[in-house]
Design a protein around this ligand. Sequence first.
Ligand code: F6R
Length: 610
Amino acid sequence: MCGIIGYIGDKPVSKILINGLKRMEYRGYDSAGISILQDNKIYTIKKKGKVAELEKMVNHEVFHSNYGIAHTRWATHGYPNDINAHPHLDNSGDISIVHNGIIENYSVLKTKLLSDGYSFKSETDTEVLAVFIGSIYEKIKDIETSIRLALREVDGTFGLLVLSKREPEKLIAARRGSPLLLGVGNGEYLVASDASAVIQYTKQVIYLNDNEICTISHDGYSIKTIENEDTEPIIEEIEFDLEHIEKGGFDHFMLKEIFEQPDTIHDAFRGRLLVDEGNVKLGGLNAVIEQLRNTDRIIITACGTSWHSGLVAEYLIESLAGVSVEVEYASEFRYRNPIINKNDIVFAISQSGETADTLAAIKEAKQKGAIVLGIVNVVGSSIARETDAGVYIHAGPEIGVASTKAFTSQLTVFTLIALLIGRMRNLSKWEGQKIAKEITLIPDKIRYILEQKDKIKEIANIYSKVRNFLYLGRGYNFPVALEGALKLKEISYIHAEGYPAAEMKHGPIALIDENMPVVIIATKDEIYDKVFSNIEEVKARKGKIIAIANVGDEKICEVADHVIYIPETLPVLTPLLSVIPLQLLAYYVALDLNCDIDKPRNLAKSVTVE
Ligand code: F6R
């Protein structure tokens, strides 16, 4: 969602800010803006639309200043337009702010400020905060204290960056519930909501904690709490390199990330899988190993694609570890009264580690006394820090808005967790070895599927003009059907529904006619024959069948219009393979429709609002 970048150093600032905004475009946004303090004047330029539009306007000015702030906005309060875009100024025009998050009590604050004679240009909660800070500054004439006092009155979340003409050569950043980091370079500092925006300049970063305020000047930085207490900041190193956030010869980040999966899956199990022992070593879970051994119930909570990987994990953990699992949308979990028993363990899954609903679910579970473990991609993210322990999936930065490699890395990590718990309980060494060995073969099996990209592209081109798709799967492949449908609708805007194949006859079968493509995952397992019957039911109603089947399955050609073959593997590992053709199918359909694949309309990469 929104992105923040700020710079203070020895280089001309405008280029660095625009560059930082471009690096964060993948997060999703609808407008962008910049404030630069130069010759005792704040120049604020903001524009609805792409960063490239803003860049053109910025390039018309001559900036020699070496500090400033910038923002990409994803509308929450007020339409996406030039006025609502950030930065926002206080009434004096001397204080400029950019803000991620939501000021929940903005309307109360606004009413009070209006009655005190202040005015507003935009519909945003952020401008209320700017005016509020300015109103305090008028009385106490100290910007840092004004921000601190204002933030104490604020309900909601913020990642905030402030520039003030009254106290030049300084930036002030603050965080509560919306990520912000300080990049510490050589004679220069960057503040950003996303490590991708600073990596070109420095890999040394300090992740701000909730309720911290950081003041940065050319000479250094200090970080205090909102209560004005000192802190002990820790400098950490960003784990990825610049090349990881560039396209590397692929047309889109999504395609690059699909093709990275043999490596990212390998990275997820490397050093963790003990093939000879049929077991797993997960350092991040050492602290809770006894609780995992003794748990009676696991609750998994997540959103979107991460929720789909939770559904696969339910099958995995119940079958390998014999622990009962419940999977719940984080947005639902937080608003009911979930029952958490003494030995329950909650897993929260998140690629970004910043999803607001998942964070809120974690807080709810913790408040009820549960141990909460995170399965997270982004190192140092809020969810990684809020959870009691956890496992990083190490998929590297995922830039395409539609999640692909994070999904398969999450599945890999959950397979390891299921093995770990299973081996502490009833899973035999022999069974463990068989699964562990098969995991090591998965990357090559995925390479085999990726080689069929041209064939999948041909199928995609045949169906790209239809308006509806149905995806069916059973058992482990049911969540994969949901994920395939989600991928298609996200990036091609074609309506798609995923169903357990056997549920089709309870309703969706009414939709089937000669215009309905039905993607069915029919791999060789104990329910293959049942799925085959479902295929025949579709065929009898003239639906078009795109089957995902195992290499060597000739019988399926008798009923399917198209077959995409994937190698055989153990049923527990099938989703790691069966999802790959569905990712490619969605990609090539969207490509044929000329859609903005990496930045689909209305979507944000990390959903930091409820
Ligand atoms: C789908 C997608 C979203 C995310 C969801 C949760 O392609 O990317 O559905 O999976 O917003 O995001 P994370 O995993 O970052 O918590």
